[in-house]
Design a protein around this ligand. Structure first.
Ligand code: SAM
Length: 251
């Protein structure tokens, strides 16, 4: 079926898959320049701790080759490169040109590009890499935006080497009593208003909170990861389940 006839969700709306891709790209083109600032404001800096934990959980060492999908402004790639020593390399991919440009700028500033980092514009569900290429594959706050999450996961499995590790940081479901109520009130009332104030774009931040609610919870997402063939899949909650890190291996 064509992209214009198949439907999916965009936040709480139902749209064609083609329309979802256009709208998601519109969201990230619109917020690219203020993306880092908004992350700090919305999470009160917590996203840095979550990402640090994700990097700590990623098994890379000197000489590893890692792929960071939906890399955006490059926080995860920067952390991985810091861990891998001079012989390590990271490929950053993102479907959105303006977001990837922010990432490339950061790689140049840090002295990683050229040589230790490459930036490749690509859809995470159709990666332009050979089978069995990477030692580790990371994705932070990206897979929630995919039209077909399972197709993305299967693609990640394909490009990882046997023994390679998949690590995903994503918004999830609060598991502490009352946290869900406070979190809903904060997300639906404050985040779109903050987005409008800082970036002039309320709709993009409304999409952000709705897309978080649409994404599968910790257990369902772990099942999807196992379903495409990853093994030794587990997850850990952070900040009471507001986010979770899922890990798995290609065996
Ligand atoms: N990983 C970065 C971070 O944690 O700061 C950026 C996360 S940002 C919330 C989500 C990113 O996913 C955006 O840069 C967006 O362009 C990218 N993205 C959305 N759909 C994608 C797809 N199908 N393939 C690759 N990247 C995608």
């Amino acid at each position: 079926m064509s992209n214009e006839r198949q439907t999916t969700h965009f936040g709480f709306e139902r749209v064609s898959t083609g329309e979802k891709i256009r709208r998601v790209m519109g969201v990230f083109s619109s917020v690219a320049e203020k993306y880092d600032l908004m992350n700090d404001l919305m999470s009160a800096g917590l996203h840095r701790l979550w990402k640090r934990q994700m990097i700590a959980r990623t098994r890379v060492r000197a000489g590893s080759l890692a792929l960071d999908v939906a890399a955006g402004s490059g926080d995860i790639a920067t952390g991985l490169l810091g861990k891998m020593g001079a012989a390590g390399r990271v490929v950053l991919t993102d479907l959105n040109g303006p977001m990837l440009r922010e990432g490339a700028r950061r790689m140049i500033d840090a002295g990683f590009l050229p040589g230790r980092a490459d930036c490749v514009q690509a859809d995470g569900t159709r990666l332009p890499f050979a089978d069995n290429t990477f030692d580790a594959l990371t994705i932070a706050f990206g897979i929630r935006n995919f039209v077909d999450v399972e197709a993305g996961l299967a693609e990640f499995l394909r490009v990882l080497k046997p023994g390679g590790q998949f690590v995903c940081l994503e918004f999830s479901r609060p598991v502490l009593p009352l946290l869900d109520i406070a979190y809903d009130a904060y997300s639906f009332n404050l985040i779109p208003a903050l987005g409008e104030f800082v970036t002039g774009d309320r709709e993009s931040y409304q999409y952000l909170v709705e897309s978080i609610r649409r994404f599968p919870d910790q257990g369902r997402f772990a099942k999807m990861i196992r379903g495409v063939g990853f093994e030794l899949v587990k997850y850990e909650n952070m900040s009471g389940g507001i986010v979770a890190i899922h890990r798995g291996y290609k065996v």
